[in-house]
Design a protein around this ligand. Structure first.
Ligand SMILES: C[S@@+](CC[C@H](N)C(=O)[O-])C[C@H]1O[C@@H](n2cnc3c(N)ncnc32)[C@H](O)[C@@H]1O
Length: 212
């Protein structure tokens, strides 16, 4: 599959052209946002056909075990998509597209991976409904996301940054105040494992959910 065309190309995808953020992510930010071990844990034990939504420049690709036969890596941002394709990994197909409009058949993936992406999608409910649709029954969603602080000064600062519009503009549509764990449950995915932790000042959630 092509690195520059494919499902999702068009007006919706054009909103995802973030040249400065993309270059910063592929040169410095991506490697510092998340460690090697965390990326290993995120995809550990997966097998079969996997969809990685918002794959960025492909930092997770080398962490997939041999039991994963195909990775479809969906990435709407042109620079990141090109960088991901440059990795040239045979079983990884890098394609254009967005989480809210997955151009894949119902129940066509054994697993879906989202990693620091659900903060940026326009609608978590729509993206997660699409993810649920393309998962096979019993298929897994693996997630690693930063989320809203539970309260206090952290929450107030996050809310101020989101409302100012400054943070979403600087960070390519990212929002700091999302309750992603709840959104996953609300989408009808059953969370079997979840871990809450902080990276610097940012609260995170990571885990596994299943389509039942
Ligand atoms: C912070 S980066 C994380 C990249 C990668 N997942 C990683 O862990 O290195 C966020 C990614 O989500 C992508 N993204 C943003 N909105 C998206 C959407 N609606 N659908 C799919 N991907 C999206 C961005 O283009 C970017 O690659």
């Amino acid at each position: 599959m092509s690195a520059t065309a494919g499902p999702g190309a068009g007006p919706a995808a054009q909103d995802h052209d973030h040249p400065l953020f993309a270059r910063a992510w592929s040169s410095v930010l991506g490697r510092n946002a998340m460690g090697w071990r965390e990326r290993d844990e995120l995809v550990a034990g997966l097998s079969g056909r996997v969809l990685e939504v918002g794959a960025g420049d492909g930092l997770n690709f080398e962490h997939y075990a041999d039991a994963v036969t195909e990775v479809v890596a969906l990435e709407p941002e042109p620079h990141l998509r090109a960088k991901a394709a440059e990795r040239g990994i045979a079983r990884v197909a890098v394609v254009d597209g967005i989480a809210e409009e997955l151009a894949f058949a119902d129940a066509s993936f054994d697993a879906v991976v989202v990693c620091l992406v659900l903060c940026s999608v326009r609608s978590q409910a729509t993206a997660l409904a699409e993810i649920r649709r393309v998962l096979k029954p019993g298929g897994e969603l693996r997630f690693y996301e930063h989320v809203a602080a539970r309260g206090g000064a952290g929450r107030a600062v996050q809310r101020g940054l989101d409302r100012s519009g400054l943070w979403p503009r600087v960070a390519a549509g990212c929002h700091l105040t999302r309750d992603t764990e709840r959104a996953i449950r609300d989408a009808g995915l059953a969370i079997d494992q979840v871990r809450h932790f902080s990276v610097g000042l940012l609260p995170h959630v990571a885990g596994r959910a299943r389509k039942v």
